[in-house]
Design a protein around this ligand. Structure first.
Ligand code: SF4
Length: 271
């Protein structure tokens, strides 16, 4: 009997790291089929067993109130001087840590904090300055190319629309959202791997792609919290609701979280 053609595979979204476990059989997650043996990101594993009700507005407000109380004035951990250096820092941070980017950009931005100064520095010196960051060859090219566009088309000023930002080399929707939110105060919630995980775990928004999580969050997060929601969620995911071992015993929203695999022992008492 001829072998049946396997069903299509749905990959984990948003650069989420694969969970250690494998799907034992082909399973359906929100109308999408996952091939038997396909690796599943942790948030997707949680969604197999439950189809959570949407979080109600009062609970949402409580969740963000507590995140705000824990960090009343959240700040980006990337170092920057102005909108241009923020843009460059975010471009350099793709697949790199903020700490690593800051080490490279502190001396770089001291001598090149405008597009024209970066052009004057030249690609070779930019490459040397960022050589400790992953993908530095491509990123140096992008920094020079986007600086040239800013000088030639925007008078050396970072544009304030997603459309204009997203055509710059190395700038995608996430980078544009971060720049709009942090530099210009636009209430956007750029979704990285931390926010994607946190949103699906609590859950605030259950979705398989970062775009859908961003759209969902921007739709449901109460207006008073919209501006800083990106920072609160990213820092919460980075330091509390961690990928491998969320620190649930010290989580300020543990009583409101419906993640079925909460950590039950404090970090110091656990493995
Ligand atoms: S209780 Fe645990 S899983 Fe839930 S949000 Fe807090 S740290 Fe994350």
């Amino acid at each position: 009997m001829p072998a049946r053609k396997p069903p299509p595979v749905t990959k984990p979204a948003g650069g989420e790291k694969a969970a250690p476990g494998r799907a034992a059989k082909g399973r359906t997650i929100q109308n999408k089929t996952v091939k038997a043996g396909a690796r599943l990101a942790k948030p997707l594993v949680a969604r197999i067993d439950t189809t959570p009700e949407p979080v109600d507005p009062a609970t949402l407000a409580t969740i963000f109130s507590r995140l705000r109380d824990a960090n009343p004035e959240p700040r980006a951990e990337l170092h920057y001087i102005n909108a241009y250096t923020l843009l460059v820092a975010v471009v350099l941070s793709a697949q790199a840590t903020d700490k690593g980017v800051n080490i490279a950009t502190t001396p770089l931005f001291a001598i090149a904090d405008t597009p024209q100064k970066m052009l004057d520095l030249g690609e070779e010196r930019v490459r040397h300055a960022i050589r400790t960051i992953g993908l530095f060859n491509t990123k140096a090219k992008n920094v020079i190319a986007l600086s040239r566009i800013l000088v030639e088309r925007h008078g050396g000023v970072v544009p304030r629309t997603a459309e204009e930002l997203e055509v710059l080399p190395g700038v995608g929707a996430k980078t544009a959202s971060v720049v709009l939110n942090v530099a210009f105060g636009v209430p956007r919630i750029a979704v990285d791997t931390h926010i994607f995980r946190v949103a699906n775990r609590i859950p605030l928004v259950v979705a398989a792609t970062t775009d859908k999580v961003q759209a969902g969050l921007e739709r449901i997060v109460p207006e008073p919290f919209l501006l800083n929601a990106h920072h609160w969620l990213i820092l919460f995911g980075r330091y509390v609701c961690k990928a491998r071992r969320p620190e649930c015993p010290r989580c300020p929203i543990a009583d409101l979280c419906r993640y079925p695999s909460k950590t039950v022992t404090p970090l110091s008492a656990g493995a």
